[in-house]
Design a protein around this ligand. Structure first.
Ligand SMILES: Nc1nc2c(ncn2[C@@H]2O[C@H](COP(=O)(O)OP(=O)(O)OP(=O)(O)O)[C@@H](O)[C@H]2O)c(=O)[nH]1
Ligand SMILES: [Mg+2]
Length: 312
């Protein structure tokens, strides 16, 4: 079965412009005319990486790596230094995350494959459901989506627009109905109508945080009554533009929900794209997709090497 592999280098480049400018321009300034690698020079690089939201821990690892690699270098040109930095970034990204290089969900033997989309309000869950549905649909799979955000008034309409754009079926109920009932009906229909994939959107905000977590557990329980392996994936959506906060949110969710993968949105238009490194390093949950725009084609597979190459 063909599955979508969406990596558009140009789009990714444009999307990551601000982060790249921050890292590359500042580093180029630092490097220009420098032949001696002294403490001030290293400190400057460290500042640049931290300001791009790489985080202290990840920055320190990269800097150590950079120092070791630079000792062996004759060529101290800016281009060469950026190359070395790239190597240091890639090797630190790959450590715990080799499996995310090539993500192919095993949909064939787990039909209908159920994906639950979770995250706090405004991070881009509904948009991501639309983009995912479109991509799977484009790969020739039949998709059904469920509007289990019954809390917010406009949530149904918003997801219906995405369902039309992606040309997929949608299950929704009136505002205020039980989100688990929507999830149940979505998965039931996925089974009876033989869809390949069911994607369930959830609310980002309920009356309070423990409500939200309880609701998610209930959705999970209800779905697994229909299919024991479901949900096959619980994707946590994080807004990359919030930098450090995204990491904190993820840690909160992980306390109560078994997150199987991450989707980092809004990496376009932010200079905090370095947060992806921190998230990977700290959370040890694979990043599956990244959002680089509001359009239906703006969801890409995440590949660490491509990400670093586009960034520097
Ligand atoms: N630039 C950009 N905007 C995005 C991206 N993903 C989502 N957005 C925008 O973020 C805003 C919120 O997106 P939603 O999909 O409604 O977020 P949500 O998590 O469903 O929000 P709630 O349902 O309120 O919890 C919208 O304006 C989207 O267009 C992205 O990758 N890039
Ligand atoms: Mg939503």
């Amino acid at each position: 079965m063909k599955l979508f592999k969406n990596i558009n280098i140009d789009k990714l480049k444009t999307g990551l412009n601000k982060t790249r400018e921050k890292i590359v321009n500042k580093i180029s300034e630092t490097f220009s005319g420098k032949a001696i690698i002294d403490e001030t020079f290293i400190d400057r690089i460290e500042e640049v990486l931290i300001s791009a939201d790489l985080g202290v821990e990840m920055t320190e690892l990269v800097i150590e790596d950079l120092k070791t690699r630079m000792k062996k270098e004759e060529d101290r040109s800016t281009e060469r230094m950026i190359e070395i930095l790239k190597k240091a970034l890639v090797s630190n990204l790959s450590v715990n995350n080799l499996e995310s290089f090539d993500y192919t969900p095993d949909i064939e033997s787990n039909k209908p494959f159920v994906i639950l989309i979770v995250g706090v309000n405004g991070v881009g869950k509904t948009t991501t459901v639309g983009k995912l549905a479109y991509n799977f649909r484009q790969s020739g799979l039949s998709v059904i989506i469920g509007a289990a955000d019954t809390f917010r008034a406009a949530a149904n309409e918003q997801l219906t627009i995405w369902a039309d754009r992606a040309n997929v079926e949608i299950v929704s109920k009136e505002k205020g109905s039980d989100p688990s009932a929507v999830a149940y009906e979505t998965v039931s229909k996925a089974i009876s109508q033989k869809h390949d994939i069911a994607i369930i959107d959830t609310a980002g905000r309920l009356h309070n945080k423990s409500n939200l977590m309880e609701e998610l557990s209930k959705i999970k329980r209800v779905i697994s009554k229909l299919i024991p392996h479901a949900p096959d994936e619980i994707f946590l959506v994080l807004d990359g533009a919030t930098g450090q906060n995204a990491l904190i949110q993820a840690q909160e969710f992980m306390k109560t929900t078994k997150i199987t993968g991450l989707i980092i949105t809004k990496l376009d238009g932010t200079a905090k794209g370095g947060v992806v490194f921190q998230i990977i390093k700290k959370l040890k949950i694979p990043v599956r997709y990244i959002g680089v725009g509001e359009g239906i084609t703006d969801l890409q597979n995440f590949d660490p090497v491509t990400y670093v190459n586009v960034l520097c």
